[in-house]
Write a protein that binds this ligand. Structure first.
Ligand code: TXA
Ligand code: MG
Length: 349
């Protein structure tokens, strides 16, 4: 399969793509990356946006991605906000090379073999996250594993190499809509919320990456996609295990993320012996007696709160039998924060 971006065919399709038709989209600029001058300007603008903690739409060979610096929790929170996801699903982390991936995830022999055969390309590997990786907790939704892939699209490659940071990127569509395979799809769906769309032509694969988890012995197929099961099985020399419903992705079990401490939600006061997760500037009654406190956002910013949530749960887990959690507004990102908190508070099975 040819994964190059600048075929004559593609260049003519993306040239003359209309920019920002409606008032809502007035701030969105689409850059035709097959035009050398626009490519330069588009890369510069995308880098500036990403370095400032913003999000951009980037082409990949599978589908267009909504990308943010994966090491910046606030930037990752913006992805969930724009997609309108009611939950924090873990995101795929994109890197330019296997060497970059090895700084983030622990590669066993099977994973190394698959990466050598299919990267760059439409295969995502779910592997243990390295303890010293700087990936934001929100990008992996607090999991100890990370989904990682090396995209083949030259524009994604150029962006990743110039930025020097991994990019978290789900498909660039609102939650519940189909994945975009052209810049025009992205503009129609998300144009009002993003400033930069890099137009790399129609996605040549056109469906999402195949997701495979490895624990060193067993390969589990978590999602079918751009690389066929058969091709993976030939390279791996073993059958892929169908997903067994065991908990790997969130939302599959209510209590999946449960910390060992109990959670008491919508707490307006901290009781003796409790740890406290605070939100906003007004202290909870009894806050000064809390065993330990983390404020998700003293200014009441839900993006900041989302970026701190998983870290706070980790840090407070086990320091007290119960963690009291102050009320979080249920609007915008608050809905996903509350979903996560309800799961963490659900009775264990
Ligand atoms: O082709 C693709 O993979 C596109 C392009 C943009 O790269 N990205 C994409 O991302 O489809 P998204 O967010 O729409 O799908 C990511 C999937 C989710 O179903 C999520 O549950 C799963 O990957 N995932 C991410 N991290 C995981 C983890 N640590 N364990 C299990 N599943 C994970
Ligand atoms: Mg998607």
């Amino acid at each position: 399969m040819h994964l190059g971006a600048n075929t004559p065919d593609r260049a003519s399709q993306s040239r003359g793509f209309p920019v920002a038709g409606t008032a809502d989209e007035a701030m969105t600029t689409t850059y035709d990356m097959s035009d050398p001058e626009r490519r330069e300007a588009g890369l510069a603008r995308a880098l500036e946006t990403l370095r400032a903690g913003g999000v951009v739409a980037m082409p990949t060979e599978t589908v267009y991605g909504l990308a943010a610096n994966a090491t910046d929790g606030r930037a990752v929170a913006r992805i969930y906000e724009i997609k309108g996801r009611p939950q924090f699903n873990p995101l795929i982390v994109h890197v330019p090379s296997r060497e970059a991936a090895e700084r983030i995830a622990v590669f066993d022999q099977l994973a190394t073999t698959l990466a050598a055969a299919f990267w760059p390309g439409p295969l995502t590997l779910v592997l243990p996250k390295r303890a010293d990786s700087d990936i934001a907790e929100l990008a992996t939704a607090g999991l100890d594993t990370v989904a990682i892939r090396v995209p083949a699209h030259p524009v994604a490659q150029a962006l990743l190499r110039a930025l020097g940071k991994p990019l978290a990127a789900p498909s660039a569509n609102r939650s519940g809509k189909v994945s975009p395979t052209t810049a025009a799809h992205v503009a129609a769906d998300l144009g009002s919320d993003i400033g930069v769309i890099l137009d790399g032509g129609p996605a040549v694969v056109g469906l999402e990456s195949t997701i495979v988890a490895s624990d060193g012995r067993t390969l589990t197929l978590l999602r079918s996609g751009g690389v066929s099961r058969e091709d993976i099985e030939i390279v791996a020399g073993r059958a892929l295990v169908a997903h067994d419903g065991a908990v790997r992705a969130p939302g599959m079990l209510a209590s999946h993320y449960a910390p060992s401490s109990a959670l008491r939600l919508d707490a307006t006061e901290a009781r003796p012996g409790e740890a406290l997760i605070a939100f906003g500037g007004a202290p909870a009654a009894g806050a000064e007696t809390a065993v330990a406190t983390r404020n998700l956002s003293p200014s009441g910013d839900l993006g900041e709160a989302a970026s701190r949530l998983f870290g706070a749960l980790r840090e407070l887990d086990g320091v007290a039998p119960t963690i009291a959690v102050m009320p979080i507004p249920d609007t915008g990102l608050g809905a996903a924060i509350n979903d996560r908190l309800r799961r963490a508070a659900a009775p264990r099975s």
